[in-house]
Design a binder for this molecule. Structure first.
Ligand SMILES: [Zn+2]
Length: 264
């Protein structure tokens, strides 16, 4: 990630071609030429830009554009300036390509795959295989995820903070979800389960927000991205002391097996 300033880029000789070869805005993919900032300066100077893809199909669909903005925010939150992560960049480009594909059945599935890949690549992936506190294997149908401790917990452990209750099948499907670069090779035509994807993304974004201690601006778009509608309950988070039953999100406590499978 790099901060640049387009200092004086619109000036120059009248006869010369513009150094900006296409639009330069959020989610545009292209090649930038820049002069690195001296002496630890945060901003480099942009001297040229050639757009490679502007993803017009994604921009013509509000849901897909929201999906792209959420991925952009996740990327900006996870990466530090001048710390290259070529694999995340490749996953982001592939994800945007898929959002620009008119045959794509579910943009939420792509977003979930990208957020998962970004968390794994940066070392922030939560522990979902066993209780994060005592290591016990969890075999219940509903599991509790505690963002503050970075994983799922068993019924014997009572950490401070809030927990999110969700079907274990959602966690299993999330663990199986492939990277965007793998997903692109076999875009599933099966309809995705909006609620399962909604819960999986809620889990990952809750974890990200707790890790960074910041709220994400695009999190409110999740309902629309997943196709649950803007009226979907914002989170399935409840205080641990309230009890498990009350902390299960409305209507999403038990999803049929076949639908959960569609997450992956
Ligand atoms: Zn435990």
């Amino acid at each position: 990630m790099l901060g640049v300033i387009a200092k004086g880029i619109k000036r120059g000789r009248q006869t010369s071609a513009s150094p900006l070869g296409g639009p330069l805005d959020m989610l545009a993919h292209g090649q930038a030429v820049f002069v690195a900032g001296r002496g630890g300066a945060e901003l480099s100077t942009l001297s040229g830009w050639q757009v490679l893809d502007h993803w017009p199909l994604m921009r013509n669909n509000l849901c897909r554009y929201y999906a792209g903005t959420l991925m952009a925010e996740v990327t900006m939150e996870l990466l530090a300036p001048l710390d290259p992560h070529p694999h995340i960049f490749e996953d982001l480009v592939v994800s945007l390509q898929m959002l620009g594909n008119s045959d794509l059945p579910s943009s939420a599935r792509v977003v979930a795959a990208y957020v998962k890949a970004a968390l794994q690549e940066t070392g922030y992936w939560p522990i979902l295989e066993h209780c994060v506190l005592c290591g016990t294997e969890i075999t219940t149908d509903v599991v509790r995820f505690v963002p503050r401790v970075g994983g799922i917990i068993c019924s014997n452990c009572r950490p401070a903070g809030t927990a999110m209750a969700l079907p274990s099948l959602v966690v299993l499907a999330l663990a199986r979800l492939p990277r965007p670069q793998v997903m692109k090779e076999y875009v599933s035509q099966r309809p995705a389960d909006p609620q399962a994807l909604f819960l999986a993304l809620q889990l990952m974004l809750s974890h990200l927000e707790c890790t960074l201690d910041r709220a994400m601006k695009t999190r409110t778009l999740l309902g629309m991205i997943c196709g649950c509608g803007p009226t979907m309950p914002e989170t399935a988070v409840a205080n641990l002391g309230v009890g498990l039953e009350k902390s299960v999100v409305h209507g999403a406590g038990m999803l049929p097996d076949g639908q959960i499978e569609s997450l992956a």
